[in-house]
Write a protein that binds this ligand. Structure first.
Ligand code: SF4
Length: 219
């Protein structure tokens, strides 16, 4: 496919990409198991440099031991670190989670806030994490989750030329309709795991192949 030139052609291409993502990943959702926004925040903090599968092995026992933010706020980080050791970087993650719990209990009445500004005051909740929690737990689309898969694939699909995550997010917020921001991230993250891997993407199996101009395409 030739690169679209006009704004209308570019818009049509983006809508076609979204339509094909729906065909490939119709039920895309967050792979981190959780029962409420607080649990999703904890799981997202634990998922840094760790697989979702490993996090999902740890969190049921963790949430049984510490059922509420108040319980996490009362534990010493060095004690919590032992509970989450298998997720890696456990000392830093424990400090973030205990700090987050204290903030949520002391400043937000034990309930995670619903605005980006407030979320960004919580230890361990940078913009990506805040977008995950607001989007998936509350259904509030205030931004686009930009993780390593979204960074790579948004560039491959020519949806951005930026390398800085915030600039990539700004480009995606301009390009993708807001009512698709939450689903788009879930679909692209799944796509990055299933087909569009960093080293050797499986382009022959990809429904986006004829819309993709990536230089490192394999077919
Ligand atoms: S064609 Fe290849 S590089 Fe392009 S989105 Fe599909 S898997 Fe990724």
């Amino acid at each position: 496919m030739k690169r679209p030139k006009s704004a209308a052609e570019r818009k049509a291409r983006v809508l076609e990409i979204l339509s094909r993502l729906d065909k490939m990943y119709p039920a895309a959702t967050c792979a981190l198991e959780h029962h409420n926004p607080w649990e999703l925040l904890v799981a997202t903090i634990l998922s840094a440099q760790c697989t979702d599968k490993r996090v999902n092995e740890v969190t049921p026992g963790l949430f049984a031991k510490y059922p509420t933010p108040k319980d996490f706020a009362a534990v010493r980080p060095e004690v919590l670190a032992e509970d989450i050791r298998s997720t890696g970087f456990f000392n830093n993650k424990a400090k973030s989670i205990v700090g987050a719990a204290k903030r949520v209990v002391n400043d937000f009445g034990g309930v995670l806030p619903r605005t980006m500004e407030e979320m960004l005051t919580i230890p361990g909740a940078a913009r990506k994490t805040a977008n995950v929690v607001l989007g998936t737990a509350y259904g509030i689309a205030l931004g686009v989750v930009v993780d390593t898969h979204v960074q790579r694939i948004a560039r491959r699909l020519d949806l951005t030329h930026a390398t800085d995550p915030k600039k990539i997010e700004d480009d995606l917020m301009k390009t993708i309709p807001q009512d698709r921001w939450i689903l788009f991230s879930h679909q692209i993250i799944l796509h990055g795991r299933a087909l569009c891997q960093a080293r050797s993407p499986k382009c022959a199996e990809c429904l986006l192949n004829d819309l993709c101009y990536a230089k490192d395409k394999t077919a």
